[in-house]
Ligand binder design. Structure first.
Ligand code: FES
Length: 577
């Protein structure tokens, strides 16, 4: 396919004209040692690289970008690397979620303002996938996503360790006095053994699988471990493909149909996805012009079973095992009756064509539909007076006895208040209590930090309690687990009902009925609301101030209102005078 002509290349606006500006652009490219043979008549491919010295998940991107460039050169393109906000989940505080939209804005404007025709997006650590894809969607140029790939399995004394999940698990054991200092240090050194993103079914593995399901990666790309040489070959292939996509004018708008997002929801559910997927999927879809809602996700979760036996939803395996078992194409083939197989993907083929020959090599890792990990989908959306616009729970990663629960509330106004008492032997708490954390949402957090897996009080841990109902307007890490009810919308900081709960109020949760109720009369809640003080603003200036003015609530995906599709006219091509 060759739809686009040489003179139609966007980059030609910068490089082709025989005028003073054209002279300036050409002479400055030559300043870097290039000759016209390097760029003239070739698609310029931007590589948005989220490598940084402090992002261990993307450590290999520093050299892996050379493989992408090799592919671009082989296919007759001209690669230009554009360093992009790295958003290391571990190190960026208070939370990377505060900056996902900043990455999306940066990606969009980098693409728009530079002389490029197509884009390779290099990301993987949690927010980088939605951030880059949202930006590329709004920019509209042919784009392909290169996922960082999961790291190798962790190892400690011959035991397999999973990112996040085992950190929480062994931390509880340490708090219960069951783990020595030496063992703890050895776990620190063994849990992350290679570059690559978290290798549980956390947010990173979930979001890269979603990128593949919506057709924005090469088939199978999201499952390849970062340290596997197949990853290097995939990078080069993505580079080659980016050049072809320019000639084919295969833009994100042509790939990211509503059917593609419906496929992504089904894949997310079958994978036992991170709860964060809900927010990012809604934001990505709304960028692409599709009004995806929490109800859409809940509807799919009721009929697509969890078939990926990958922790924390699964009990045993990690992403490395998932790759050896056939990876995402194999999983998609198993759930193909739930998919729209005609959706086009970045390799120019349909989803149906891409998965036609996929095979499962280990049916304990990728289960058949009649032997799932969990019969219903990974997530459930609850609604009621405590979350009128909805909240999310992960039934497949919690103790089943808590699916229906009524208990008295213990309320914390912020995380420091919780930390002060949670490990105290004097803390008056039982396993039936419902722990509540408020002021942790998009505005109140600010940035909706991953505090939602509130620690089990140490006193209860020592008694053997490992799960209890916890409710907040925050998020939790995709590697977390337990009866944690998250993303309560509207959040408490803007007046959601969570702000009105008092210690001892009864709360009733029924996952089967999808309900969450604060058992306090409407009249009493109205009285409490009148007495509620106005919260202090979180920011007085800068990016945070802008964030506070424009961030949408969790049920809308937490995008900035002015970035969503349909807000206004997209900026046209930049003027070149
Ligand atoms: Fe980067 Fe988990 S810290 S994916």
């Amino acid at each position: 396919m060759n739809n686009k002509k040489l003179e139609d290349l966007r980059s030609a606006r910068w490089f082709a004209p025989d005028n003073l500006r054209g002279f300036g652009h050409r002479s400055r490219i030559m300043q870097m040692g290039y000759a016209p043979a390097d760029w003239a008549g070739k698609p310029v491919i931007a590589i948005l690289n989220t490598w940084s010295d402090i992002n261990p998940c993307h450590a290999h991107f520093k050299t892996r970008v050379d493989d992408v460039k090799r592919g671009i050169l082989q296919a007759g393109g001209f690669p230009v690397e554009l360093p992009t906000l790295s958003l290391s989940e571990n190190f960026v505080k208070p939370t990377t979620m505060l900056y996902r939209n900043m990455l999306a804005m940066e990606a969009e404007e980098l693409i728009r303002s530079h002389p490029v025709d197509g884009v390779v997006l290099m990301g993987g650590c949690d927010k980088t996938t939605p951030g880059l894809l949202m930006g590329a969607t709004s920019a509209g140029l042919p784009s392909i996503y290169v996922p960082a790939g999961p790291m190798l399995r962790g190892n400690w004394k011959g035991k397999i360790l999973g990112s996040g999940s085992d950190a929480w698990k062994y931390w509880d054991e340490r708090r219960a006095g069951n783990i020595s200092d030496k063992d703890w240090q050895d776990i620190e050194g063994g849990i992350a053994r290679s570059h690559g993103h978290c290798m549980t079914m956390g947010t990173a593995s979930t979001m890269t699988a979603i990128a593949e399901a919506i057709g924005m990666t090469l088939p199978g790309a999201s499952s390849i471990p970062a340290a596997d040489v197949n990853h290097i070959r995939m990078c080069a292939e993505a580079g080659r493909r980016a050049v072809e996509m320019v000639w084919e004018d295969l833009t994100p708008a042509k790939v990211q149909s509503r059917g593609a997002f419906d496929n992504a929801i089904a894949v997310a559910m079958a994978m036992g996805c991170s709860t964060n997927a809900v927010i990012h999927l809604i934001a990505m879809a709304r960028r692409a012009g599709h009004a995806l809602t929490l109800d859409d996700l809940d509807a799919v979760s009721r009929y697509v079973p969890v078939i990926a036996n990958v922790r924390p939803s699964g009990s045993q395996y990690l992403m490395e095992d998932f790759f050896y078992a056939g990876g995402l194409p194999a999983l998609m083939r198993i759930i193909s009756k739930f998919l729209s197989l005609e959706e086009i993907t970045v390799n120019g083929c349909t989803i149906g064509q891409n998965i036609a020959e996929a095979e499962v090599y280990n049916d304990d890792v990728i289960r058949p539909l009649n032997n799932p990990i969990y019969a219903e989908g990974a997530l459930a959306v609850l609604k009621g007076n405590l979350a009128t616009d909805g909240c999310v729970i992960k039934p497949c990663a919690m103790e089943a006895r808590l699916l229906k629960h009524t208990g008295p509330a213990i309320v914390f106004d912020d995380y420091p208040a919780l930390k002060e008492v949670i490990d105290s032997d004097d803390f008056d708490v039982t396993a039936d209590h419902v722990l509540i954390l408020r002021n942790a949402g998009p505005q109140g957090g600010p940035g909706m930090p991953e505090w939602g897996m509130l620690p089990i009080p140490a006193k209860l841990v020592k008694q053997g309690v490992r799960d209890m109902v916890r409710i907040s307007d925050s998020r939790m890490s995709g590697t977390s687990y337990g009866a944690c009810i998250l993303h309560a919308a509207p959040e408490s900081y803007v007046g959601g009902t969570l702000a009105l709960v008092r210690n001892g109020d009864l709360i009733r949760v029924d996952v089967d009925k999808r309900s969450i109720e604060l058992l306090v009369s409407a009249a009493e809640l109205a009285t409490r609301r009148e007495a509620m003080p106005q919260p202090e603003p979180r920011f007085g200036r800068g990016y945070g101030w802008m964030f506070a003015q424009h961030i949408l609530q969790a049920d809308k995906g937490c995008d900035f209102d002015f970035l969503e599709s349909g807000f206004g006219e997209t900026a046209g091509e930049p003027a070149i005078f």
